[in-house]
Ligand binder design. Structure first.
Ligand SMILES: [Zn+2]
Length: 311
């Protein structure tokens, strides 16, 4: 799974709910005055407005109230969970919870079906989210973190090279690229966000229907500039670390090309090599050739000869 998924932030009022999930217990509030059950966590009872709310453990027995199947990730970080079954579940106490269904095939999901809670591990730090599954499923098996293996850069020993070590710096120059970085999904939602941000909302990026008919690529494609800046999301292990400088500046690019399109929905990754190291008046310039490819594609989508100035 991706490590960048946004996590709920517990507040003073909601903390007992999240702490309960960590302990694999479902705690919701009940009003001492009128017995009304309350969810989401609140400071007062929405039925009688008293503040006499008490946290009580409930079984998690529930019924499916509504659901939808999402096939496009809302954030690239959720691409490994597609399709997602987003649901509104009604606990036996009558409160409704927005959640996900897990361990169920789409064909098994029916409004009104009985559900049990899954205290789903999400980050290896003990945080859990409340999800639900069918009564005939193994909720314990489903709660364990599902790690999607990603071919990440193989461990490469990091050499430290001092900025004044001329021979050491020149030895970094190579025709060999680093191992591949982690992977990033470029979906339509991300392209739309970038279109909004940049003002470049040309139909070839933002109108899937028109692009299907008229685009030479058979669908929408990402902006070259978007794919270029996504290089920041890709962690590279270049095998070296330069030490002994006081400042490092992104000096721009010697060369920037977009040789191949990135269709919406593509997974991309990057690799790099040191192309050149030169002494200049203001310091030492290192030219890093950073190439982004669609997974499995020989031809790069972005060639960026990034100039980094060390002073
Ligand atoms: Zn009340």
């Amino acid at each position: 799974m991706s490590n960048n998924k946004p996590m709920p932030v517990a507040t003073e009022i909601s903390a007992p709910f999240w702490e309960g999930l960590k302990a694999e217990r479902l705690l919701i509030q009940q009003c001492e005055h009128c017995s009304h059950w309350v969810f989401y966590p609140r400071r007062h009872c929405p039925a009688c407005f008293t503040h006499a709310l008490t946290w009580r453990e409930v079984s998690g027995g529930a019924t499916l109230y509504s659901f939808t199947v999402t096939r496009i990730a809302t954030l690239p970080d959720f691409a490994d969970e597609m399709p997602q079954m987003l649901a509104v579940v009604e606990l036996d106490q009558g409160v409704r919870i927005n959640t996900n269904l897990v361990g169920l095939d789409e064909s098994e999901v029916k409004i009104g079906m009985r559900l049990q809670p899954v205290f789903a591990e999400v980050d290896g730090k003990g945080n859990r989210l409340l999800r639900f599954t069918g009564l005939d499923k193994d909720a314990d098996a489903l709660k364990t973190l599902r790690v999607v293996e990603q071919p990440v850069a193989a461990a490469v020993a990091v050499r430290q090279i001092a900025l004044d070590d001329e021979a050491g710096l020149q030895a970094l120059v190579s025709d060999q690229f680093s191992p591949w970085s982690n992977q990033v999904v470029v979906d339509q939602a991300l392209i739309d966000t970038f279109a909004q941000l940049s003002g470049d909302d040309y139909w070839i990026h933002t109108d899937p229907e028109r692009a299907r008919k008229q685009s030479p690529f058979g669908g929408t494609i990402a902006h070259g500039a978007l794919v270029q800046i996504l290089q920041s999301r890709m962690k590279l292990n270049l095998g070296y670390e330069i030490t002994g400088f006081s400042n490092m500046i992104n000096y721009g690019s010697d060369r920037l090309r977009f040789p191949a399109p990135v269709p919406a929905g593509s997974t991309i990754h990057a690799r790099a090599r040191v192309k050149k190291v030169e002494r200049v008046k203001s310091g030492t310039q290192l030219t890093l050739e950073l190439n982004t490819h669609v997974l499995g594609s020989e031809r790069p989508s972005v060639i960026n000869e990034l100039v980094i100035l060390y002073m």
